[in-house]
Design a protein around this ligand. Sequence first.
Ligand code: ATP
Length: 199
Amino acid sequence: MQLKTLEIVGFKSFANRTVLHFDHGTTGIVGPNGSGKSNISEAIRWALGEQSAKSLRGDKMADVIFAGSATRHPLNRATVTLTFDNQDHTLSDQHDEVEVQRVLYRDGSSAFKLNQKNCRLKDIVNLFMDSGLGRESFSIISQGKIAAIFNSKPEDRRGFIEETAGVALYKQRKHEAELQLKTTASNLERVSDIVTELS
Ligand code: ATP
């Protein structure tokens, strides 16, 4: 699996449609301070489902939408589209090329798309969990993250290792199954109360 292209429209400093092509090998992004280098990695994380505005250096999620400049009006929509080469089927999707898109409007409405079809945030998160490119993965290390990993509590550090080892997805599914079991147990209890009342 490889990230092939990143298309940004209206996200942070990228008012105009900007397309980045990532070839094989290493891509370096260079530019003066404040030119938008970090905004590029944030765009990738955001499209993969980042839910924390703070980790994107904003107060609220709408802060990712282009806020205007001396020469341009603010925009009402941010769109980021990622295209992955999936010929090795690292992502459990039958397509050889997988497209992920996230859109956010200033009124707060938003959408995720997988291969041009509407989907849930959960579908994107599940698809990328344990692929090495999830929103929390270590393929994207932002400034300060290395220090945060070294200074983290042992339980949190164990979480990092679990994600890297590929067990995070199964832990998440176990957690969901436990919640369902809890709901079912409480439903059964209720049914048994009703049966007792009626008999
Ligand atoms: P450095 O080298 O200093 O880390 P950088 O190249 O990584 O800088 P970024 O931090 O990616 O730069 O970009 C910062 C720029 O993005 C600032 O000029 C800021 O005004 C602009 N910016 C951030 N959010 C928005 C927004 N919503 N609308 C318009 N511009 C924005």
